[in-house]
Write a protein that binds this ligand. Structure first.
Ligand SMILES: C[S@@+](CC[C@H](N)C(=O)[O-])C[C@H]1O[C@@H](n2cnc3c(N)ncnc32)[C@H](O)[C@@H]1O
Ligand code: SF4
Length: 381
């Protein structure tokens, strides 16, 4: 049966591990003592192309979006990432307007490399900016200089990327509301089409978590975090970027179609170690370690670590958790009378848009977005 399938392509390499990050990514020396990026990634794409072939046989159809994430995909040569794009284009129907995103570290690209990525087929780029304030970047243990972001965005425009996004993080220890304003204003002054702003998550076992545990750093309090969220929402709006998902703002027509596919629980295939996939209510995920992933593909054995089939009630709960985060919200006709009565009060307290509620839709207001998790818990009991 022909399916519509988005692709996530995982590139599990970074030059240095940032102190807050627990993504499935490795520095070359973590994988092999004394190794370089070339040594560890040399046959990675060869292995991945074998997984593309497995996907082609089991899920033929069309591909609306491809997203290269990591790790730091922009560290690999453009022609290597281009081999994956070419394989997908030759195995599936891929329209000319297929959104093909590259996650990039501003330090690992220049004008020449960005032009090569465009040539390889990428049309959207998302830079990991995080902050424009040196002491915040230092606490995050980031390697890049804030000025590199402006240079990278300018070079991406010159190379012809049709959509440019930056990722920001708020709530870093020691970050004030004024620092956060500086970062958001600086991102918006670059004229980007899209912003993602995520609250810093302190992941157990990271350098950051240990610094907090030892009392060397402390997290901002919840009220400051709430003010930071409301500030980015207001500044983005003022600059013509409106929210379309809780943590994402864009100019009209520049929403990330790939992420929207996740939030709408569409079908996607995650290529690479640890990558998750979803097809028609079945989820599976790959072996986590890049070396084991490559070995399995070269040996012709499965790379799937585990899978699960979601029940109808799990699917319904997930749809609520994902859709409530989106601007279009949830049609009240999709909720039971019981669910509606449990959350009705929020339409009187300013957390749900009253006008939309009266017209039959649950849509969060800015203050409602701050308590989205609480409202979800009322709906999914
Ligand atoms: C794979 S990284 C992006 C590309 C590139 N590796 C970089 O960092 O510039 C994806 C994004 O995840 C976010 N991220 C990673 N760890 C996080 C954490 N603990 N809390 C909040 N956001 C996090 C960062 O905003 C980062 O830009
Ligand atoms: S935040 Fe990005 S650059 Fe830093 S370790 Fe994580 S994936 Fe690598």
């Amino acid at each position: 049966m022909s399916v519509q399938l988005s692709f996530y392509v995982h590139i599990p390499y970074c030059v240095k591990r940032c102190g807050y990050c627990d993504f499935n990514t490795y520095t070359p020396s973590q994988l092999l003592e004394g190794a370089t990026l070339e040594t560890v990634s040399g046959d990675y794409i060869d292995a991945m192309l074998r997984e593309v072939e497995i996907a082609r046989i089991s899920a033929p159809g069309s591909v609306p979006t491809i997203f290269f994430g990591g790790g730091t995909p922009s560290l690999l040569p453009a022609h290597d990432l281009g081999r994956v794009i070419t394989a997908i284009k030759s195995g599936w129907e891929v329209d000319g307007d297929c959104e093909i995103t590259l996650e990039a570290n501003p330090d690992s690209v220049d004008a020449t490399k960005l032009a090569q990525f465009r040539e390889a087929g990428f049309n959207r780029v998302s830079f990991g900016m995080q902050s424009a304030v040196p002491h915040v970047l230092a606490t995050l243990d980031r390697t890049h200089n804030p000025e590199n972001v402006a240079r990278a965005v300018e070079a991406a425009r010159a190379a012809g990327f049709s959509s440019v996004s930056v990722d920001l993080i708020y709530g870093t220890p020691g970050e004030s509301l004024a620092d956060w304003r500086t970062s958001v204003e600086s991102a918006l002054s670059l004229g980007v089409d899209h912003i993602s702003a995520y609250a810093l998550i302190v992941e157990a076992g990271t350098k950051l978590a240990n610094q907090i545990k030892r009392g060397e750093l402390s997290m901002p309090d919840d009220d400051v975090m709430a003010d930071m969220y409301l500030l980015v929402d207001q500044l983005a709006n003022d600059a013509g970027l409106s929210w379309y998902e809780l943590s994402n703002w864009s100019k009209p027509g520049h929403e990330s179609r790939h992420n929207v596919a996740y939030w709408k629980n569409a079908n996607w295939w995650g290529l690479g170690p640890g990558a998750h996939s979803h097809r028609d209510g079945v989820r599976w995920w790959n072996i986590k370690h890049p070396t084991a992933y490559k070995s399995a593909l070269f040996a012709g054995t499965t790379v799937i670590a585990e899978s699960e089939t979601l029940t109808a009630s799990q699917l319904a709960d997930e749809a609520i958790m994902l859709q409530i985060r989106m601007r279009e919200g949830i049609a009240l006709s999709k909720l039971s009378a019981d669910q509606i009565s449990r959350i009705e009060a929020y339409s009187q307290t300013g957390h749900l848009d009253k006008e939309r509620w009266l017209k039959g839709t649950l849509q969060l207001t800015p203050s409602g977005r701050l308590i989205a998790d609480r409202i979800v818990r009322e709906l999914v009991v």
